[in-house]
Ligand binder design. Structure first.
Ligand code: FES
Length: 92
């Protein structure tokens, strides 16, 4: 079972296996995405959730503030999809 990840600015579609971290799947498929720590500490993988729902593993408030979370920002290295989602990369 998987959910579908779409990027707001492209036709790219990625199937994210249930329970797998968003960033892990992207990297496994060779998809370029900004990241560094892969542990929710740096914020490099921050992106915006445009549509859908995710569950976030534990992360540092320094990487994602409460205000950012309220505005729909997520950390790709901490996100597990709960539905099909669309995201916006911050560097595009
Ligand atoms: S790569 Fe550092 S918070 Fe995701």
């Amino acid at each position: 079972m998987s959910h579908i990840l779409k990027f707001e600015d492209s036709d790219l579609t990625v199937h994210i296996p249930f329970g797998e971290l968003l960033l892990s799947t992207l990297l496994r498929h060779g998809i370029i995405f900004p990241y560094a720590c892969q542990s929710g500490m740096c914020g490099t993988c921050k992106c915006q959730l445009i549509k859908g729902r995710v569950d976030l593993d534990i992360y540092s408030d320094a990487a994602l503030t409460a205000d950012e979370f309220q505005q729909g920002f997520i950390l790709a290295c901490r996100a597990r999809l709960l539905s099909d989602v669309t995201i916006r990369k911050l560097d595009s």
